[in-house]
Design a protein around this ligand. Structure first.
Ligand code: PDD
Length: 287
């Protein structure tokens, strides 16, 4: 089956889905994106992703491409047309095509570019990796200072993912200049110590994860203590459990950092429970 992709109002076979070489997303990485997961053909936490999309657009002084109702209808249409059961929808908005290359932003009559596509992830909920856990290494975080905006400038996260691959592990956790963990290449990072879940506070240093917000809400409801502060690699290695969260992995146990096992070196009871709660609740609320 040919994948059907959305481009500026049209649903096209992927081979015909194209944007201009002058698009600022292509020339300047001048664009933002969202990844919404799909479970049972339904959208997980779509309202959260829309709120963050508007925040990213606002921070970059970029116009919204269409109404929220149109975005929801388009996501649903992509799910239907591609028969998507489990996976994700990738959405990207760029500042559009001014017809030339220039460092100046184009005038407001240049329309934003909006593209979106589906990607199937067959075992998203029942992920084999969740049974064994991720291994991670630490790398310096050399990204720009506005990591709270979900831009398409993903070169360094991509390089950091390659460093992890080269080291024979699953991901890299990026450290600030003082040795504290910011986040993973495409996920937020947490440690668990006793009844306490510790994760970095929301600033411009990290992406404000939509999964993170839900996980912390459910954790508090399940009587865990939540502490938002930076933590070091040594704290990760001395933690009872650790995990990462993102739309594409939900809650993923992390069992090793820089070659040292965390806790028993296997997914622990707290993270296993949090993953169950998250998936259960999100399936109920998906739309
Ligand atoms: N990435 N931190 C970074 C740097 C991310 O890129 C992501 C998501 C997250 C988690 O955010 P959320 O819970 O809203 O997915 C944290 C997406 C999944 C991606 O780039 O594929």
């Amino acid at each position: 089956m040919t994948r059907i992709v959305y481009v500026n109002g049209d649903y096209l076979p992927e081979g015909e889905a194209k944007v201009s070489v002058f698009d600022r997303g292509f020339l300047m990485a001048d664009g933002v994106y969202e990844v919404t997961s799909v479970l049972g053909g339904k959208l997980v936490d779509f309202p959260g992703h829309i709120v963050r999309l508007h925040r990213s657009l606002r921070e970059l002084d970029m116009a919204a491409p269409c109404s929220d109702d149109d975005l929801l209808a388009m996501h649903r249409e992509l799910v239907t047309r591609n028969g998507l059961d489990e996976g994700m929808i990738y959405l990207q908005v760029t500042r559009g095509n001014p017809g030339d290359r220039s460092f100046l932003f184009p005038s407001s009559d240049v329309k934003p570019t909006l593209v979106a596509f589906t990607q199937a992830i067959p075992q998203l909920a029942d992920a084999p990796a969740a049974k064994t856990g991720f291994k991670v290494i630490s790398v310096p975080d050399i990204r720009w200072g506005r990591r709270d905006i979900k831009t398409v400038q993903l070169l360094y996260p991509s390089m950091a993912k390659m460093m992890a691959k080269k080291a024979g592990v699953d991901d890299s956790w990026m450290l600030d200049d003082d040795g504290f963990v910011n986040e993973g290449t495409s996920n937020n990072a947490y440690i668990i110590k006793g009844n306490r879940i510790i994760t970095r506070q929301l600033t411009n240093d990290i992406l404000h994860g939509i999964t993170r917000a839900a996980v912390l809400r459910y954790a508090a409801e399940a009587q865990f203590e939540v502490e938002e502060r930076p933590f070091t690699v040594a704290e990760v290695q001395a933690a009872d459990e650790a995990f990462a969260s993102a739309a594409t992995i939900f809650v993923m146990p992390v069992v090793e950092m820089d070659g040292k096992a965390i806790g028993t070196g296997k997914p622990g009871p707290v993270v296993t429970r949090l993953r169950e709660i998250y998936i259960e609740e999100m399936k109920k609320a998906a739309l």
